[in-house]
Design a protein around this ligand. Structure first.
Ligand SMILES: [Zn+2]
Length: 424
């Protein structure tokens, strides 16, 4: 194993025990597990002589000053927090790979012409305070600082209290225009949250963009009644139109190459021997583009209305959240594709389907249905993402996995990208 391979393995091994439980990782922001992740970051940076800064929003920055320390910097990293019972790779892989990529570049005698920053963004998963990508949203001015400070976790602790407990000043939360102005690009390496790379036989891919996605709340209101004495013809059972809607959503998504999921449902009053009075459910829908997403949600809504009417059930449907499509900077993406797949010899394909770039031999370019800090920051500066193969295809679970050889391929790719972006 090369020195950088050894450095990645050492970084990785030293982080693995932090926040690990028998059910998976629990690294929620500003908890002891998160503080231990931050200490790991500071130690990794210190061992490399990279001065560490915590910005006003709690995001971490480790600086490799280049020959021109005033030039716009290239930031590279990801996040260290996890979902409840998450896997080891989502987030930390990008941070550990960034440190290891710097080791590899130094091993080769490379000296950056401009500053390189290794970053770890706070509360990317939103697992503690409910807003995903909170650290990058605050940095970019995409969330109101006072509203963020007032967010509370499941125990009623506010973000302001949690940050103050860790020694930060919550009054400083908010957009950081000087910092953004000092950045030329942000590149995030992440484990793939699907198995497209595995299907293509490729260890590393590039992101095309992030699908538009949203959440809709449906409430079917019927009439509570006795399961044993109410004749079928007399029922107003909200579970039936809900069930029809679940099947309709699946069919509507499959027919469009989109995704629709009901992952949360509440039946009231929830009696095992009773017909429900109401069923509340949340539809998560994602599609390659907004027109397709609109079509999908319109079809699901129509199916829900028809089924509700058939069963004499009232339906209320409203959108709770929506995130528009994110296109990563095409020029940056093409530059990375050229660095990582020179044999492709042309610009990367950017269609909705996973596939190789135009010449058929370059790095695969994949869409993703998941949100990331690189997606939030794309509104303010050129950003790009690299994906590392996840043979299980599983995400947000301890079953997510990347082989060590693929992790090292990711480090090598990231080093090539940094050499190009921060090179002479
Ligand atoms: Zn992530």
């Amino acid at each position: 194993m090369s020195e950088s391979g050894a450095s990645f393995a050492e970084l990785w091994e030293s982080l693995l025990p932090v926040g690990r439980t028998p059910a998976g990782y629990r690294r929620y922001s500003w908890t002891p597990a998160d503080l231990a992740c931050r200490a790991w970051f500071a130690e990794a940076a210190g061992a490399r002589n990279l001065p560490v800064e915590t910005d006003r929003n709690g995001n971490l920055w480790a600086w490799w000053r280049g020959r021109d320390s005033g030039a716009p910097a290239v930031a590279v990293g990801s996040h260290l927090d996890s979902v409840p019972d998450g896997g080891a790779f989502d987030g930390p892989l990008g941070v550990a790979s960034a440190f290891a990529a710097i080791d590899l570049l130094r091993e080769r005698g490379f000296e950056p012409a401009r500053p390189v920053a290794v970053t770890a963004f706070t509360e990317e998963e939103g697992a503690r305070f409910g807003v995903a990508c909170l650290g990058s949203r605050l940095l970019a001015g995409a969330v109101e600082p006072a509203a963020a400070a007032a967010l509370r976790d499941g125990d009623g602790v506010s973000l302001a209290e949690a940050m103050a407990g860790a020694g930060l000043d919550p009054a400083a939360l908010g957009p950081d225009e000087d910092r953004l102005a000092g950045l030329a690009a942000y590149v995030e390496l992440h484990i793939e949250q699907g198995s497209a790379l595995d299907g293509l036989g490729a260890p590393v891919g590039l992101a095309a963009g992030i699908w538009p996605h949203g959440r809709w709340r449906l409430e079917f209101a019927g009439r509570a009644d006795h399961a044993g004495t109410t004749r079928i013809a007399d029922r107003h059972d909200p579970m039936l139109p809900f069930a029809a809607t679940v099947l309709a959503a699946r069919a509507a998504a499959a027919g469009r190459g989109a995704l629709a999921t009901f992952g949360k449902v509440i039946a009231e009053p929830g009696a095992a021997n009773g017909i429900s009075s109401a069923v509340r459910a949340w539809l998560d829908a994602r599609a390659p583009d907004e027109a397709t997403l609109d079509g999908l949600v319109t079809e699901v809504s129509a199916a829900a209305r028809t089924a509700a009417a058939e069963h004499g059930v009232a339906l209320e449907l409203r959108r709770e959240s929506f995130t528009p499509a994110v296109s990563f900077d095409p020029a940056l993406r093409d530059r990375l594709a050229a660095v990582l797949g020179p044999e492709a010899g042309g610009p990367a394909a950017s269609g909705p389907d996973p596939g190789r770039s135009e010449a058929g031999a370059g790095i695969p370019v994949l869409p993703t249905g998941a949100g990331h800090d690189a997606g939030i920051l794309a509104a303010r500066l050129p950003t790009a993402m690299l994906f590392v193969r996840n043979p299980t295809g599983v995400s947000h679970s301890p079953a997510e996995h990347a082989d060590m050889a693929d992790c090292l391929a990711g480090v090598t790719a990231l080093a090539a990208v940094l050499a190009d972006l921060a090179g002479p």
